[in-house]
Design a protein around this ligand. Structure first.
Ligand SMILES: Nc1nc2c(ncn2[C@@H]2O[C@H](COP(=O)(O)OP(=O)(O)O)[C@@H](O)[C@H]2O)c(=O)[nH]1
Ligand SMILES: [Mg+2]
Length: 470
């Protein structure tokens, strides 16, 4: 791919083939519609459709210039008033010559301008092709390209901060130090293993470990922060459960801020699973209110109980609700025992009534216990803190460099695993050729993360998730 502006000697046919265009604004009516053109022939394509009022030929313009003028259709008819912004390679988003035509944001007019641009020699861009070119031209690393997609789809403050951090190069910088250390060790080991006849000293295990263990710790910290932050980016599945009449639906309504769920003092009121998207502090929860767990009831209620059990089994977080105004029952104990291995908050509800449950009765379950009144909202802050604690978001540092998707986590995890194995191989005195393979794999995983050694299949998968025009 060409990255210079020396386009005057290019063969016209191949230059035209490598110039792409797309509408970069959403497929909806708006104030402005933007048609983006990039490639070696971008400015000549723009000049064929855009006439500046001042008479300047945009094909001859220098970069960072904006012109006012008109867009013409293929037959010369005037289409729209527009602005044309000119970028010269390599100082553009893609690293190539670029022109952006900003016309009126009508659905039809924007498409009509694009058609004129395509008739003038550009070809339609694939989804993500502009960002892919930025990556292929070395403007950004692969994880930064992914940050562009994450920025576009960010729905909250934490997601925005994380994406911006990665786009700004924070993740790349964080990975550079461990990658350098692994590369240095790999080089020392390879030299000794691959050139036995040379007079190369055997690498010293302690010296290698002094580099590899901190590198592994850096990667482990990245993985931990991803686990802690992922809930903030993606949310968690939470389920409210307990025996009938403990106040589950009242709690659901409190967390939703509306009267979604029917509340009565008749046991068995909630039968189906009721769902709502809520936020507890900064944490997005996909919350489900379920039928009270009990044996008996009619056929419909029993199906509800089965559904409740399935939902409890699949949830990331369980709110086990007890009626604090009544002593614990066998059903309560059965539920709490079933939650032993789960992320679970035990909620003692109805604290506005005299208490019949002592906190000591619950100590043996080893879970966080929160006392609240779903009726008055008292204790909601404690519930939020308990959830932040259990899901680890309290420890999440949005300012720290962060992995922002599963592909990045997988690469980082692979590097960390290989380093762990390499370290234990060194500690147990295994031969260095085994260590060499592990270090190579660790390094490759980090290079793959940054797109420095990613297969075409990987990069295709990354860019296919983009929208056209980006
Ligand atoms: N005093 C008091 N009553 C509550 C509280 N939460 C729920 N209730 C009452 O308990 C009964 C059952 O509530 P509901 O939310 O339908 O319980 P569910 O069967 O677990 O969904 C209703 O009469 C509620 O008004 C609370 O915090 N304090
Ligand atoms: Mg209910």
């Amino acid at each position: 791919m060409m990255t210079t502006s020396s386009n005057h000697i290019m063969d016209t046919a191949s230059a035209a083939a490598s110039t792409i265009a797309a509408i970069a604004t959403p497929n909806a009516a708006g104030g402005i519609g933007l048609v983006r053109i990039s490639g070696t022939d971008a400015l000549r394509v723009a000049a064929r459709v855009f006439m500046s009022k001042s008479g300047v030929d945009v094909a001859k313009s220098c970069g960072y210039r904006v012109y006012y003028g008109h867009v013409r259709a293929e037959d010369g008819a005037a289409l729209d008033e527009a602005l044309c912004t000119v970028f010269r390679a390599p100082k553009s988003y893609t690293g190539e010559d670029c022109a952006e035509i900003s016309c009126h944001g009508g659905l039809y007019i924007t498409k009509r301008v694009l058609r004129a641009v395509l008739a003038a020699g550009a070809k339609p861009a694939r989804a993500g092709e502009f960002t892919e070119r930025a990556y292929l031209n070395g403007r950004i690393a692969l994880e930064q390209a992914e940050a562009v997609a994450a920025l576009i789809s960010a729905q909250g403050e934490s997601a925005l901060k994380a994406a911006n951090g990665v786009l700004g190069g924070a993740l790349g910088a964080k990975i550079a130090a461990p990658a350098d250390n692994i590369a240095e060790c790999a080089a020392q080991v390879a030299a000794w293993v691959d050139y036995p006849d040379e007079d190369i000293p055997e690498p010293n295990s302690a010296a290698l470990l002094a580099r590899l263990l901190p590198a592994r710790a850096d990667l482990a910290a990245l993985l931990k922060n991803y686990e802690n932050g992922r809930v903030l980016l993606e949310g968690a599945d939470a389920v409210i459960c307990g025996r009938p009449n403990t106040g589950k639906s009242t709690l659901m309504n409190l967390l939703c801020g509306t009267n979604q769920a029917i509340v009565t003092d008749i046991p068995g009121t909630t039968r189906d699973v009721l769902e709502a998207a809520v936020r507890l502090g900064e944490i997005p929860l996909r919350l489900a209110d379920t039928a009270g767990l009990r044996v008996g009831g009619d056929v419909v209620e029993q199906i509800g109980v089965e559904r409740a059990r399935a939902r409890i089994a699949a949830a990331d977080l369980v709110f086990a609700v007890l009626d604090g105004s009544a002593p614990l029952t066998a059903e309560d104990r059965e539920l709490l025992e079933g939650c032993a291995a789960r992320h679970c908050v035990i909620i003692i509800n109805k604290t506005d009534l005299p208490s019949a449950i002592a906190q000591d009765d619950l100590a043996k379950y080893g879970k966080q216990v929160v006392r609240l009144s779903a009726k008055t909202g008292d204790g909601l802050g404690e519930l939020r803190r308990a959830v932040e604690d259990i899901l680890g978001t309290a420890e999440f540092d949005p300012a720290a460099a962060m992995l922002i998707n599963e592909r990045q986590r997988e690469c980082c995890g692979r590097a960390e695993r290989n380093l762990t194995e390499a370290a234990s191989a060194l500690q147990s005195g295994m031969t260095l050729d085994a260590v060499q393979i592990l270090l190579d794999d660790a390094l490759n995983a980090l290079l793959e993360l940054r797109g420095q050694r990613a297969s075409e299949a990987v990069t295709n998968a990354v860019f296919s998730r983009f929208c056209v025009g980006k």
